[in-house]
Design a protein around this ligand. Sequence first.
Ligand SMILES: [Zn+2]
Length: 332
Amino acid sequence: MINSAVKTKPKDFIANYEMNNYKYSDFWIGREYEHEAEIFLLQNIVKKHLPDLQERELVDLGGAYGRLLTVYGKQAKRIVLADYSTNELRQGLSNVMHSPIKGKISFLALNAYKMPFGDNTVDALLSVRVMHHLKDIHLFFSDLARVLKPGGKAIIEFANKNHLLSLFRHAKKLDLSSFLREDVTQVTHRKDSQGIKTGQLSIMYNFSYKYIKEKAQVVGLGVEASYACSFLRSTFFKHIFDTPTLLKLESVFQKLFCWTRITPSVFIVLSKKGEFIATDDSVMAKLFCPTCSAALKKANAGCLSCPNGHEFQQNNSEIIDLRDPRPEVIDF
Ligand SMILES: [Zn+2]
């Protein structure tokens, strides 16, 4: 069951990128360094922690328009591109329409707090720049621990509140108290950015590594490793160096200082205990009601329903839409 607060106060919980016709790809214009830095790091993480990715189905949670497909698209056995925004998924579908990998990708609209997957069914999950929008990490990690298979892995990126630049900013104010707290900080959103208009509610959080690690361990997920990313994310460095130079420096820093966690972005690799056994079926073959967890069946061509009367209208034959709450109730 979904946590009751998510149900009663969905506006506080769902970062709805479907609002205001926001296009996530626009966010990445001018952020080529950050994008490539993440690709470079993820390729190394996959090589080290998911060397058997060709035997695994990968769920890209918050995968939007498939920005990170270059990391895992060729290698993964199957792919589920999952996001709350159907606009993003439609863009993703259009991007791979003529690609040889299209046949192994499923498109799924969902609420990350209640994934419509069965217990112990997910081989691998990737989630980049999503935790930033999660108010209740415990709720998300509980569901992640439920759906991961034994031996299943999750690569999770979070916005790090204790990065070097933040230390300097706090030091300048002669107040390190909030920097030193090992918890969560709600981020004040710049006006009219990332799809949020002035006056609308933004849902953005930065976390400490210790906080994330403890939240993962509480639900039984082990932390295999952590990696620092985006060492040079600052307008200062962007003024001095061009993108290729920034990326050369980034690759050196990622090799030498990956363990430092001084960057604004940190990746962690989580795993569920047990031996991984590859299976033939996709998680998409048997989906569950996000409202009550009962198995879903097709009511008619345009609708999925569960035995308890929860119905999910489908508007696109290639995108399964199992969002609860629905976007119309979180238009804030
Ligand atoms: Zn149901």
